[in-house]
Design a protein. Structure first.
Length: 209
């Protein structure tokens, strides 16, 4: 996928034009401008610049960006919490740009779901490698989560089948192969999986004690 095919949302703590007397606010606003310009120069499309506030989930749902860029020179922890909360139902790669190089913050950011942590600004030539790595790492982690969920599901199903076989063996004097064969035949007759018929058996067994 080329850079122009990706839609980026930039999320910032500097959500409003600062007061002229607010030196720190203007520094953050100018830094945000430089970040956006660097992304545009890198060939990326900016879907929107959003504040890290309570409306973020709805705005992200409306924009449906491919990658989230978090600009947080200060208040990084608050910004990350907002973004992670806003993307809990629709995870996306999150790249954090900050001027603060604190190992503790790095660990917290990664643990929260940030897939790339960039310190000290964004040179145009660094844009593509950073975002490519973020997307690759995000996709890898998503695959691992799916595989882990699948493995846990299979383990849970095996446990359910084992419990159902035990019920049949105890109540009907069947051997383990006979109990399994009965479960399999019943599942085929009903057009469901052996795990599902096992759950039904256990539910009924619980009702009658």
């Amino acid at each position: 996928m080329s850079a122009s095919d990706l839609r980026l949302a930039v999320i910032t703590m500097a959500a409003h034009v600062p007061d002229l007397a607010d030196t720190e606010g203007w520094a953050e606003a100018l830094r945000l401008r430089d970040l956006v310009q660097g992304l545009v120069q890198g060939g990326y499309r900016i879907a929107g610049v959003l504040g890290a506030d309570a409306q973020l989930p709805e705005r992200l749902a409306a924009l449906a960006p491919d990658v989230l860029i978090v600009d947080a020179e200060s208040g990084a922890r608050d910004a990350i919490e907002h973004v992670v909360w806003a993307t809990r139902d629709a995870p996306r790669p999150i790249v954090l740009f900050t001027e603060e190089h604190d190992p503790a913050h790095v660990r917290e950011a990664v643990a929260a779901g940030v897939v790339a942590y960039v310190v000290a600004g964004l040179a145009p030539e660094r844009v593509r490698p950073v975002i490519d790595v973020a997307i690759a790492r995000f996709e890898h982690e998503q695959r691992l989560r799916v595989e882990l969920a699948s493995a846990r599901g299979q383990l849970a199903e095996r446990e359910v089948v084992a419990q159902a076989k035990s019920v049949l063996m105890q109540r009907h004097g069947l051997s383990e192969p006979q109990a399994y064969a009965r479960l399999r035949k019943t599942a085929m007759n009903h057009g469901v999986t052996i795990a599902e018929i096992s759950r039904r058996l256990l539910d009924v067994s619980d009702l009658f004690g």
